[in-house]
Every structure is written in structure tokens, then in C-alpha cells.
Design a protein around this ligand. Structure first.
Ligand code: URP
Ligand code: ZN
Ligand code: ZN
Length: 461
């Protein structure tokens, strides 16, 4: 028996189990798990004593190189996937946007070109549909056959991304047939637009009005409507970036009725609140993303939702814009602040720290939320999302006691601020492998642009 790499003496953590084992890797796959695997024949030995051996993180909600709000998100597929790797995320699912009048295929081809030569980790795409005339409905199953097995639809951003209920319903009916999954941005865009116009007319232009014009009820109403449309279509539905208890209640009720309804939240809704808008001057713009930050009490409700499986996934909605020149576009009008925040690098540490170190849930639940369930829901499992013989050797050797203070001074994302500046976390990735290759070690990047592969995903059907 000879192996390329053996990771020795760590504790392997999956969604189901924790056990002491060596992990042997040959080429890009895990080929053996067990105590005292023969070490003399391995080309590379990585000592994981005292460390956790985790499946690489899977972030199913990122926006790299995305034109939005009059500018483009600051990380491209190279800088974004590199920062992800530093944080222990080895696969991401980004969004290919179909603009009105375009085919879905054009969206996919455009985003493949952005990623192909740049991605340092594996990646896949959801397709954002902004326009769905009947003549184009057949494009959905075509894309599913090419491994793009999920679609994002918007109930917000009228005139930009928002889709009407009839089109949403048709897309859901298509997904019911093909086994694809519809991801929904659930906010009532029409009502919000009325509130926003009134605020501007009254001279309320500061960043905090972004939050004050997007009530939790608008998110809860759209979440309930999305669930109802999915139920009528006989389709599953996945609610993205859920931010508040009102929407969480809608998801919980639907799941209690046995409906295939799933939802993610993001670290910003677990760690930040509307109080962040009290930052001096225009600094509140750093926290302008959608749905907005809520009152602090929602945070514990969301942590509870993660613990009790009312929420199934933590993603980042990484959509970075620099404060200088990008967020500043909205200096005199909060509606012109590009919506989005940077987070791809810190998801694993923030959720381990707040979830496991703070004893809100187990380390196995942590793996479930950050890797296993994302892989299962989005057609990557068991190739990714677990450590098992035959799985891709996407592995994070994680130090559960190392502490770190998050700061823009030390992060690797191409953005000039951190949403989580000064937050101290417990638990940090030490070594990161992507398909068997060490890409991060001792805080050094050892991967290269273009080594990440597009992953064709399967469906739930
Ligand atoms: O503010 C956000 N979330 N920007 C990215 C686009 C979206 O709605 O996910
Ligand atoms: Zn969204
Ligand atoms: Zn998003």
C-alpha cells in the first residue's frame, strides 16, 4: 500500500461521527481511513495531533466578479477563492446571472469564463433567472443536464432582478419535474420600494435607512408566499440569507407540516445588528446588504434555528464592495450604496466559535451546517461534504483552540474593511487541502489560480 499523503493522529469529524483515524489520500481522493495506516510508504505526512480533520467547507452563496449597483464586487474568482481557502472553504457555488433578454446558457457561459482560469478552489453555479418567457422555459432542464441544478429567483429589487409570481410559479413547476432546487431571495420588493421612495422624499438618505425601509414583515410575507408557491407547484424551496425571526417562523411552520422547505442564514445576521449603523459618519455603509441587519434579539433566534434544524445551512452571501469609491457611491443616497458585504473568509471560524466553542451545538452539527447539508441539498454529496473513502480529499485541519481577531489588516479578501473587525474567534483552519493538494499551510497560500474545477452537480430526483 502506498499513498500520496497521510494525515495522522487527528480526530475526523463528519456530520454523523467523530473518531480518531489517519486519513490516506491518493491523487485527489480519500482512499483509506483507519488507525495506524502504514506511514513509511507515504510521500507526505501531515501531523494533525490535537486537531480536527474536517470536510472542506462549502459556501453555497457567493457573488464573485458580479456587476451590481453600478459597480462590480471587489473579489474575482482568484482573490475570492483564495480568501475562501484561507478560511477553510474549498467549494463554492456562485451565481451566473441571466439578464433580461438573454438565454440561461449565455449566463452560464459568461460566468464560466470569469471563473475558469482564476478559481483556486472548486466551484459551481446557480443560475439567476430575471426573465422567463414561456419560450425559454425549456432552458431550465437543459442547464440542469449540464450540472447547474439550482436557480435563484428574486422577489425583491424591482426593475433589476425581481420576477413576478407567475414566472416564479412556472420555474418552480419546472424544478418539481427535473429535481432542481429553487433558491429564493424572499423580500416583498414592491412594498419596500414604496417605503424607500417615501424615505428619500422626506430627506432620509443615511445608510441606516437601508435597514429601516426593509421591515422584517416584508421578508416574512415573501417567505410565506415563496413557500405557498412551492407547495402549489409540488417543488422544494430553499430560502437564501434568512435574517429574522419572522421569516424563520414561516420556515419552521412549513417544515413542521412536512414540506420540503430549507433555509440558510449568514454570519452577519448572527453577529451584527442594526446597532452597527451607529458607526460614525458614513461608516454604516459597510453594513448595507440585503436583507438588512435586524434588532439584536433576532440573533439568538437564528442560533437556535441552526441548533434545532429550522435552518439547515450557513452561507456567506459574500458580495464585497470597498468602502472607498464603491460604498461611497451612496454618500448622499442610501439607495446608491452597492448592496453586499464581505464574509467568504470567516464563515467557518465564526460558526465554529459561536456555535461549538460557545456550546450552542456540537461539532458534528457544525460540519452539517457548513459542509454536509450544503453538499446534500445542492447535489455534491458524497463527493464533497464528508470524509469517506472515495470522497474528494477536500480537507481542513482545524485547530479548535487557536484564537484570532478578525481584521481587514490581516484578511485575504480584496476589500478595504471587515464587517467583523475586532471580533475574536476561537478555532482556525491550519492546513487546507483541495482535491489532495495542500493549498494553505502556516498562513501561506500554496495553491494556484486555475486549479479549481467546475463541478457538475446532480439533482434530488
Ligand atoms: O446585499 C446583498 N445580499 N447583495 C448580494 C445580492 C443578493 O441579494 O444576494
Ligand atoms: Zn439575495
Ligand atoms: Zn446573495
Amino acid at each position: 500500500m502506498s499513498f500520496d499523503t497521510i494525515i495522522t493522529d487527528g480526530i475526523v469529524i463528519t456530520a454523523a461521527d467523530s473518531f480518531e483515524a489517519d486519513v490516506a489520500i491518493e491523487a485527489d481522493r480519500v482512499v483509506a481511513l483507519g488507525r495506524n495506516l502504514p506511514r513509511d510508504s507515504a510521500k507526505n505526512i501531515i501531523d494533525a495531533k490535537g486537531k480536527l480533520i474536517l470536510p472542506g467547507g462549502i459556501d453555497v452563496h457567493t457573488h464573485l466578479d458580479m456587476p451590481f449597483g453600478g459597480t462590480t464586487s471587489a473579489d474575482d474568482f482568484e482573490t475570492g477563492t483564495r480568501a475562501a481557502a484561507f478560511g477553510g472553504t474549498t467549494t463554492l457555488i456562485d451565481f451566473a446571472i441571466q439578464y433580461k433578454g438573454q438565454t440561461l446558457r449565455t449566463a452560464f457561459d459568461t460566468w464560466m469564463k470569469k471563473a475558469e482560469s482564476k478559481a483556486c478552489t472548486d466551484y459551481s453555479f446557480h443560475c439567476i433567472i430575471t426573465d422567463l418567457p414561456d419560450a425559454q422555459l425549456d432552458e431550465m432542464p437543459q442547464l440542469v443536464r449540464e450540472g447547474v441544478t439550482s436557480f435563484k429567483l428574486f422577489m425583491a429589487y424591482p426593475g433589476v432582478f425581481m420576477l413576478d409570481d407567475a414566472s416564479i410559479f412556472k420555474a418552480l413547476r419546472s424544478s418539481a419535474k427535473t429535481g432542481a432546487l429553487v433558491c429564493m431571495h424572499a423580500e416583498n420588493g414592491g412594498a419596500i420600494d414604496v417605503i424607500v421612495k417615501q424615505a428619500l422624499a422626506e430627506g432620509r438618505t443615511a445608510p441606516k435607512y437601508h435597514a429601516l425601509t426593509r421591515p422584517t414583515t416584508a421578508e416574512a410575507e415573501a417567505t410565506a408566499r415563496a413557500i405557498a408557491l412551492a407547495e402549489m407547484a409540488g417543488a422544494p424551496i430553499y430560502i437564501v440569507h434568512l435574517s429574522c425571526n419572522d421569516a424563520l417562523e414561516k420556515v419552521r411552520e412549513a417544515r413542521d407540516r412536512g414540506l420540503p422547505v430549507f433555509a440558510e442564514t449568514c454570519p452577519q445576521y448572527l453577529y451584527l445588528s442594526i446597532d452597527n449603523f451607529d458607526a460614525p459618519g458614513f461608516e454604516g455603509a459597510k453594513y448595507v446588504f440585503t436583507p438588512p441587519l435586524r434588532e439584536k434579539w433576532h440573533q439568538e433566534k437564528l442560533w437556535n434555528g441552526l441548533k434545532n434544524d429550522h435552518l439547515q445551512v450557513v452561507s456567506t452571501d459574500h458580495c464585497p464592495f470597498c468602502f472607498k469609491d464603491q460604498k461611497e457611491l451612496g454618500k448622499d443616497d442610501f439607495t446608491k450604496i452597492p448592496n453586499g458585504g464581505p464574509g467568504i473568509e470567516h464563515r467557518m471560524s465564526l460558526i465554529y466559535s459561536g456555535g461549538v466553542a460557545k456550546k450552542r451545538f456540537t461539532v458534528n452539527r457544525f460540519v452539517e451546517l457548513t459542509a454536509a447539508t450544503p453538499a446534500k441539498l445542492f447535489g455534491l454529496y458524497p463527493r464533497k461534504g464528508t470524509i469517506a473513502v472515495g470522497s474528494d480529499a477536500d480537507i481542513v485541519i482545524f485547530d479548535p483552540i487557536r484564537e484570532h481577531t478578525i481584521s481587514a489588516k490581516t484578511h485575504h479578501m480584496r476589500v478595504d474593511y471587515s464587517m467583523f473587525e475586532g471580533i475574536r474567534v476561537t478555532g482556525m483552519p491550519e492546513v487546507v487541502l483541495s482535491r489532495g493538494r495542500v493549498i494553505v499551510e502556516k498562513n501561506e497560500f500554496l495553491g494556484r489560480a486555475g486549479q479549481g474545477e467546475f463541478i457538475k452537480r446532480s439533482t434530488q430526483a
